[in-house]
Design a protein around this ligand. Sequence first.
Ligand code: GTP
Length: 263
Amino acid sequence: MSRDNGELEELIKRLLADPDLREHPLNFALGQLWFQYRELLNRMERITRMSDAYQSMARQRELSLAERFDKQLRQLEKVARISDRYQHMMRELNIALKEAATHDPLTALANRRPLIERLKAEMERSERLGHSFCVAMLDIDRFKRINDGHGHDVGDTVLIETARVMEAEVREYDLCGRWGGEEFLIILPESTLALADDIVRRVRGCISQLKVRVGDEVLSITVSAGLAQYRGDGESYSELLNRADAALLQAKRDGRDSQQLAV
Ligand SMILES: Nc1nc2c(ncn2[C@@H]2O[C@H](COP(=O)(O)OP(=O)(O)OP(=O)(O)O)[C@@H](O)[C@H]2O)c(=O)[nH]1
């Protein structure tokens, strides 16, 4: 309300309250006008209050919408983070499972499964392309003595070291794995028996150079090996391995630290 309005209102109130002017012909009209003016003023105040309340409600609603949106966004981000972590874990788990299914946990060499798969693939390739391939079965000599004399942990170290040398010495496309116990298998693709014989001799030579220290003692390791070339003509992989095994047995009988070719 402005200052002028305030003064005018005071004047009107005074005029309407003046007993001398009660009978004045304009008094009734002024009274009516004053009444309507007050009504209008009240209505405008109500409308202003409603408008203020509405605006405040709208502001409140906007705020709570923004808050809800923010909250949902934060939840979504959390879910996305959990899902990322979960996927990462699943990937790691998959790799670990695959590794466990295909590798020997002690030496980290291939286990029987990939060895057999590779054998079958090489047999199929050999039948198709006429390329020859060989297998070599290698066995650590007198390994039981190492275990019995120095303990299982030393035996494990010998297995690990032997595997490391073996893998380092074969060609890139050869596959070397742990067949079981102290027995290893090397698959030598694209190899005649004579070439495989040379490679295995070199591998055995390197293993015999290995020095495994146990306290003050240094252990020397030797291995015996039996080699067989794939015959084709429907020979199965187990027949091929049996021939290599028989040759290995012969090498052991011959005094160990040697290798024999299967017939
Ligand atoms: N430390 C250790 N020993 C193993 C493992 N697997 C098998 N062996 C042991 O390897 C030894 C194999 O002994 P044998 O089959 O008698 O052969 P060997 O003493 O090497 O004799 P030859 O093969 O005839 O020279 C056994 O004592 C098994 O317990 C292994 O993962 N770790």
